[in-house]
Structures are given as C-alpha cells and as structure tokens.
Write a protein that binds this ligand. Structure first.
Ligand SMILES: [Zn+2]
Length: 69
C-alpha cells in the first residue's frame, strides 16, 4: 500500500500535473476537508478535496519555514 504523503500548512509541494502556466510547485495555504494551494508561478489559488490532493501530490519540495506567530 502506498504511504500517505505528509504535508503541513505552508509547505511547497510538487504535483503530478503541471499547471497550464507551466509551474508545478504549489504552496499549501489551507488544510481541511479541502486543500487550498497557491501556484508558485502564477499565484493562482486552487482548491481540491483532500483525497484528490493526496493522489495528485508527488512530494514535498520544501517544508514550511517556522514563522513567528
Ligand atoms: Zn500557475
């Protein structure tokens, strides 16, 4: 069984499919029943059901930096 990808808010993730703009890196901006992510190339925001997000995600490119609250 494939392992569930682990991701956190603010992580930069790589998706299987390229965005029409040519970018494939996304920043996770919201985690809930749906995942909201922002294209790092064109700044467009997309929302996906969590299950679909997990299927489409390849890996975490860069973990979120710890910001001061
Ligand atoms: Zn884009």
């Amino acid at each position: 069984m494939p392992a569930r990808p682990e991701f956190d808010l603010g992580d930069i993730v790589q998706m299987k499919k390229k965005h029409p703009c040519g970018g494939y890196l996304w920043k996770v901006t919201r985690i809930g029943a749906d995942i909201k992510m922002k294209c790092q190339t064109c700044d467009r925001v997309v929302m996906l059901p969590r299950s679909e997000f997990e299927r489409r995600m390849v890996r975490v490119e860069k973990k979120a930096e710890k910001n001061t609250p």
